[in-house]
Design a protein around this ligand. Sequence first.
Ligand SMILES: CC(=O)N[C@H]1[C@@H](OP(=O)(O)OP(=O)(O)OC[C@H]2O[C@@H](n3ccc(=O)[nH]c3=O)[C@H](O)[C@@H]2O)O[C@H](CO)[C@@H](O)[C@@H]1O
Ligand SMILES: C=C(OP(=O)(O)O)C(=O)O
Length: 421
Amino acid sequence: MDKIVVKGGPALHGEVKASGAKNAALPILASSLLADGKSTYRNVPDLVDVSTMLKVLRTMGCGAERLSETAKDVCEVTVGAGITPEAPYELVKTMRASVLVLGPLVARYGRARVSLPGGCAIGARPIDQHLKGLKALGADITLTEGYVEARAERLRGATVNFDLITVTGTENVMMAAVLAKGRTVLENCAREPEVEELARVLNKMGARIEGGGTSVITIDGVDALHPVEHAILPDRIEAGTLLVAAAISGGDVLVKHAVPEHMEAVVLKLREAGCTVTTENGGVRCKAPQTLRPVDVTTTEHPGFPTDMQAQLMVLLSVAQGTSVISEHIFENRFMHVAELHRMGADITIQGPTAVVKGVPKLSGAPVMATDLRASASLILAGLRAEGRTDVQRVYHLDRGYERLELKLRSLGADIQRMKA
Ligand SMILES: CC(=O)N[C@H]1[C@@H](OP(=O)(O)OP(=O)(O)OC[C@H]2O[C@@H](n3ccc(=O)[nH]c3=O)[C@H](O)[C@@H]2O)O[C@H](CO)[C@@H](O)[C@@H]1O
Ligand SMILES: C=C(OP(=O)(O)O)C(=O)O
């Protein structure tokens, strides 16, 4: 098992490229199931989660591979006869986003058997809204032996009003509705750029979707879709993490390909903290201030401040001059990084869904344990600023969602290495 070792101190400078977005790549790969033939995707990030999704597709009988070692960002998914519409527990337990095959499978094959994902370190994460949407489209849903079984002759268009805003729920039901008979109206949808991107890809495949990226999505079902070629959009969370790396290290970094319109809430908070954030050369640049200012933030659905950037911003604020208040309103248990940050000298108190972060003049390096994906990134960011050496264990969480973060940070001047734990 690997660990990441960071020696704090160097200010990061230079340019770095954002990779393709995990949260766009996963539903888009799953959407390949909706059409026979070969779909080709470019700018696919080299992540464990993407490999898991390719494995899920192969387990069902699809061809699903990265093109070659030299064109690692290109993935081909080929769908033909003989698909087994099942996603087993062994794979779903390693990546809950595997549940994204449920909608496409029931729409296309009339049946699906997908392991229930269960919770994870950040919360319970039920999928009741996915199931509510599929039921409204006419799927017969049963839960047996830890699996969701869905059946339908052909799905029928319907109106679905989600009880809460869910990203993968919106995506799953949208993918199901594209092949349903008639019109589906999805209300209270997630408005994340990745949902909009999925709608764009489905339309390229021949679907008729309007309103992707808004809270009401209208889908006129079609009889069949065709495969697609598409380049995955840049990862706004990875880009945000790299901007925080610039800010916390006292540096100045341009994240190329970062899309400013996708990152407005993060950019606003970095500016409130005193950073100079500008859009230039097709990217976003962040220059650290002399002194970081405290900032209050509440995580909400897009276009609000993303929960996937909460841990990283918290680390930045842990060395600001003053007290910040961070409220987490998406996941009930997303402060697992706090206990590890205490070990590095941070002064953070948790009161229910709120963390009160009192800025300290310095952090000190320590051995720490990553508990989830963004917690891992936050501990590495803390290590960039800390005096001495920080060993971040359990890096497999990081590898789910960051494409060799340590190499990107090293290219900017960080003293960081991957080692055997
Ligand atoms: C692969 C992917 O895109 N992952 C993202 C997606 O996860 P994911 O789609 O799983 O997150 P959701 O938007 O569904 O979850 C939002 C909230 O709704 C709850 N909920 C969700 C569905 C449901 O049926 N019932 C229910 O109660 C969840 O427990 C959570 O509290 O959006 C999250 C919120 O922006 C991000 O942190 C994840 O990075
Ligand atoms: C929570 C995340 O991902 P997932 O939904 O894949 O667990 C994340 O990307 O921070």
